[in-house]
Design a protein around this ligand. Structure first.
Ligand code: NAD
Ligand code: IPM
Ligand code: MN
Length: 351
């Protein structure tokens, strides 16, 4: 019987609530499919920062390498630890430390979920976000202090290897899906990095003559995701652009409580990290209001990545067997708590 070692990183705020609700559901689906998930809870968080002076142990990334996958809730409590510390030292440190260069985020409506758009045309977008460099590189930036002359510099770094690998992953996905790929830039304004991205797109596209490529500027594709999302399939974007587009993706699928995310290193050898797209939502924490579906969906992406495709499909089916009834948490217009919604899905899986 296969056993998978999973690092559980609940983090902060509703991160702990959604992960604690989702984990028993994953245990149930594993039992039904004759494999086991052995979870190790790691308390790395803003609380941890207050007692240890850092967000995770110095060898945290090394510790994570010993697991088969990482399942994360959300990080950040800006009233307690500044976001640029908590996120840089934990979430972004793991993405960069494990070289999880691809962040794949699917956006579609779950069965029965109306979504906010007027058009009922079904859409199924896979956003592939570059995940380790670009606008998030963190390199070389600083604030030059000095009265009226103060200037802040933030450096975006786009390496050939970094851009190529995320594009290549996108082309592979496009080939397995509809054969369409959208490459996102702002090359009408950013004349170095984004022109380079366009060049790399052409170069990689030459290896995929069967894939139909369309270039979009990020502002135009942001609008298109709302007015005509059914015209898009695989969307490849830089780190910051992908961050913004995937919150739009979440919005069109019904809200941040739905969108799931897979951080992976396509070359293998290190665990992937699976998490909801949303954050720790301090405005609703501690009230049982958080929607656990994004985290459960991320759990399905994790099972898929571990090679347990049948279990992943069963989990998605069980989620949709509930959403189709209209039941859900308050953000979905329902009355269920985080735990109640997760337990309804667990009950279907345990039948
Ligand atoms: P957020 O995603 O936490 O919340 C934005 C809005 O969406 C809030 O009104 C919140 O109540 C709602 N929301 C989010 N998830 C929900 C869910 N599952 N169910 C119902 N409603 C939900 O974004 P924010 O408010 O900008 O950030 C809060 C904190 O989280 C900050 O510290 C931020 O840096 C951090 N953050 C972390 C991650 C992560 O760990 N991956 C992602 C985004 C933001
Ligand atoms: C996300 C989040 C993070 C990001 C933040 C919290 C650093 O918004 O995973 O989408 O921008 O990558
Ligand atoms: Mn984001």
């Amino acid at each position: 019987m296969n056993n998978y070692r999973i690092a559980l990183l609940p983090g902060d705020g509703i991160g702990t609530e959604v992960l604690e609700a989702a984990w028993p559901v994953l245990q149930t689906v594993a039992r039904q499919h004759d494999f086991t998930l052995e979870g190790t809870w790691l308390p790395w968080s803003c609380d941890y920062y207050h007692s240890h002076g850092k967000m995770m142990p110095a060898d945290g990334v090394e510790q994570l390498k010993g697991f088969d996958a990482i399942y994360l809730g959300a990080v950040g409590l800006p009233d307690r630890v500044p976001d640029h510390i908590s996120l840089r030292e934990l979430l972004l440190a793991i993405r960069q430390g494990l070289d999880l260069s691809v962040n794949a985020r699917p956006h579609r409506l779950l069965a029965g979920v109306p979504g906010p758009l007027r058009s009922s045309a079904p859409f199924d977008i896979l956003c592939i976000r570059e995940n380790t460099e670009g606008e998030y590189s963190g390199a070389g930036g600083r604030v030059h202090r000095g009265g009226d002359l103060e200037v802040a510099v933030e450096t975006a770094i786009f390496t050939r290897a970094g851009v190529e690998r995320v594009l290549r992953y996108g082309f592979e996905q496009a080939r397995q899906r509809s054969g369409r790929l959208a490459s996102v830039t702002k090359s009408n304004a950013q004349r170095h990095s984004m022109v380079f991205w366009d060049e790399m797109t052409d170069r990689v596209a030459a290896d995929y003559p069967d894939v139909d490529v369309t270039r979009y500027h990020v502002d135009a594709i942001a609008a298109r995701m709302i007015t005509a999302p059914e015209t898009l399939d695989v969307v490849v974007a830089s780190n910051l652009f992908g961050d913004i587009l995937t919150d739009i993706g979440a919005a069109i699928q019904g809200g941040l409580g739905f969108a799931a995310s897979a951080n992976i290193n396509p070359t293998g050898g290190v665990p992937g990290m699976f998490e909801p797209v949303h954050g720790s939502a301090p405005d609703i924490m501690g009230k049982g209001l958080a929607n656990p579906l994004a985290t459960l969906w991320a759990g399905a992406l994790m099972l898929e990545h571990l090679g347990e495709s049948a279990a992943a499909a069963d989990l998605m089916d069980a989620i949709e067997e509930v959403t189709v009834t209209g039941a859900g948490t308050p953000d979905m217009g329902g009355t269920l708590s985080t735990g109640e919604l997760a337990r309804q899905i667990q009950a279907i899986l345990g039948r």
